[in-house]
Design a protein. Structure first.
Length: 604
């Protein structure tokens, strides 16, 4: 039998989950008044402390335990989460997945595993919007010395990444276009030392950058003919013989791109988990404050802030999002559990994804990251606004959590482009113009006889299945509309670029709607695992999540005949009624989250 706290913990054993919580609670607190170099240095010190000299179970050895540690890192300090994920998940993960396993790779693995070097994952280039598929940075092979020369052709091609400043010795996993025999051979990662004890190494240019969304040592990194041995090439089975002849296990440039970036499934899985964690922390903090902060206005004098219907809608909505994203995180962990040496998807629906090539690796995982970042940012903003000035205090961390969620809009692929590519892929599948990919764009929900295929005109919208049916119906109608419009445009002879420019908004809406269905479906699936009191508490929260999503598009539902004008008001009434049902159970919901209470003014 599953209980609410087990829904939060997921597959991680209770003892390991508690150990992760205590481990991160014991770390020295981030000095939020320090300058950026000092704060970044503290982040890397805490990264090493949290690992006790080693990362412990990693993303391959025990993904559930690694995820629990990352979630508590996010709650403790979002910058620590980002540094840890990039170091252990992205940099070390790429080395383990694509390296040849030889002595050079083993030494480099040891440096990262012990924290002797901090890992950097360098892909994005300053002037290269959607440039992951065509990088300007080059790695030219010299067959005489068996070395690669890493070179940045211009400042505009510099790499922008976190973890890349001079706050600690750094080892970069640098993505570049491999050039051999005078020809480009595809995008590969290379191990490049960036920073030593005294600062940037010869040939490496590091210009500090700053983002207020996520305090960490971001930088613009350039390379001036930096030479690395052939063993630094993370070749993924490709070879270069003594004469410089190149062979690759990938059958095409598109497959090479997918294979080189396949470690991204790790990032999407754990980004989704981290976003769920900070949403839980923000919601728990805001609701705890709203429970003890009283209203002074005459109309509601002496009442807790949480008793105001307007605050209930916002804060219970954030609480519902926290539970939904947690369920989504566990669902994507089951789908995309890291498996060292496993293959990436054969390709995306609808052909190559030239705008968001990240999506080609695994469409369902990238979509989960995108919807998690978007809905986490919205929910955390409601938490900040819902408790007034207390929501802005650094002691409550809500602003930090919100900044992290906004930073994740672009991390691991741009959300807007992921939504668009998902919608485009689904439309192409519906048109039968492309094979179904190895990794489905959006996995089908398991058959559930309690969820109607279409919303019944008289259904009780406060029932989770009925509310969810509206979300699923919207996704289906949007997809059919896009399929029809694309088919019509092609029949009129529209070229593909103009066609998808014209249907960009429609495809984006399809992708987002399917992401919302996936998120709400995960929460509905969690509800099905509960019994008794826990189910009675979780059910109105699930229905609330769905109805708040419906409320965002009320006019659309009426226009498309999924709600009558009279039934339109039932949505608002249903939300109010669900909030009233949840109010007596709020302590149960908060306790299951297991988030430490807030500190500072108005703390419980």
């Amino acid at each position: 039998m599953t209980d609410l706290s087990a829904l939060i913990r997921g597959a991680c054993p209770q003892t390991a989950y508690d150990e992760a919580r205590l481990r991160y609670a014991a770390l020295p607190a981030a000095d939020r008044t320090a300058d950026l170099p000092t704060r970044s240095t503290r982040v890397y010190e805490n990264l090493r402390r949290a690992g006790h000299g080693s990362p412990g179970p990693g993303p391959f050895e025990d993904p559930a335990v690694f995820s629990a540690r990352l979630q508590w890192a996010a709650i403790t300090d979002p910058s620590l989460f980002m540094a840890t994920l990039i170091h252990h998940g992205m940099a070390l993960g790429t080395l383990l997945e694509l390296g040849d396993g030889g002595g050079y790779a083993a030494r480099r693995t040891e440096q990262l595993a012990t924290g002797d070097r901090i890992g950097v994952y360098a892909v994005t280039e300053a002037a290269g919007a959607s440039g992951h598929a065509s990088l300007a940075t080059e790695a030219r092979f010299d067959p005489a010395t068996r070395e690669f020369e890493i070179h940045t052709p211009s400042a505009s091609a510099g790499k922008i990444m976190s973890n890349s400043g001079t706050a600690a010795p750094k080892l970069g996993v640098v993505y570049a276009d491999l050039v051999a025999g005078g020809r480009p051979r595809g995008v590969f990662p290379f191990l490049v030392d960036l920073v030593g004890p005294e600062g940037a190494l010869p040939g490496v240019g590091i210009t500090p950058l700053h983002t207020p969304l996520l305090p960490l040592d971001y930088a613009l990194v350039t390379f001036s003919s930096v030479r690395v041995p052939q063993a630094a090439w993370l070749c993924d089975g490709a070879t270069l013989d003594a004469a410089g002849r190149f062979t690759d296990v990938a059958a095409s440039p598109a497959e090479r791109l997918t294979r080189s970036y396949r470690v991204l499934r790790i990032s999407w899985t754990f980004f989704t988990a981290g976003l769920a964690a900070v949403t839980r922390a923000a919601a728990a903090t805001a609701v705890e404050v709203a429970l003890v902060r009283t209203v002074r206005a005459r109309s509601a004098a002496g009442q807790p802030l949480l008793d105001l219907p307007s605050r209930q809608r916002a804060l219970f909505g954030a609480l519902a999002t926290a539970y939904a994203l947690t369920g989504l995180a566990h669902r994507v962990a089951e789908r995309g559990a890291p498996d060292r040496g496993g293959e990436a998807g054969a390709g995306p629906a609808g052909g190559e994804r030239d705008l968001a090539p990240w999506s080609a690796v695994n469409g369902s995982l990238s979509l989960a990251k995108a919807v998690a970042a978007d809905r986490a940012a919205r929910a955390i903003a409601e938490c900040r606004l819902g408790i007034g000035v207390l929501g802005t205090l650094s002691s409550n961390r809500i602003v930090e959590y919100e900044g992290f969620a906004h930073a994740c809009h672009a991390a691991g692929g741009d959300n807007t482009l992921i939504f668009f590519d998902t919608g485009r892929g689904l439309a192409e599948e519906a048109l039968g113009h492309s094979p179904v990919p190895a990794e489905p764009t959006v996995p089908a929900l398991p058959a559930d006889p309690t969820v109607p295929a279409e919303p019944a005109p008289s259904a009780d919208l406060t029932e989770p299945a009925a509310a969810f049916a509206l979300l699923r119906a919207r996704a289906a109608v949007l997809l059919e509309g896009l399929r029809s419009e694309v088919s019509r445009s092609r029949s009129l002879g529209s070229d593909e670029t103009a066609l998808w420019d014209a249907h960009f908004a429609g495809a984006r809406a399809v992708g987002e709607a399917h992401g919302v269905v996936d998120m709400a479906g995960a929460m509905l699936g969690d509800l099905g695992r509960l019994h008794g009191t826990d189910r009675a508490v979780h059910a109105p929260l699930t229905a609330l999540l769905c109805l708040l999503e419906v409320e965002r598009h009320l006019d659309w539902y009426v226009t498309h005949g999924l709600l009558t004008v009279d039934r339109r008001s039932a949505v608002d009434q249903g939300i109010r009624g669900l909030c009233a049902r949840l109010r007596p159970s709020v302590r149960t919901l908060l306790d299951a989250l297991g988030v430490p209470p807030p500190t500072g003014p108005a703390r419980p």
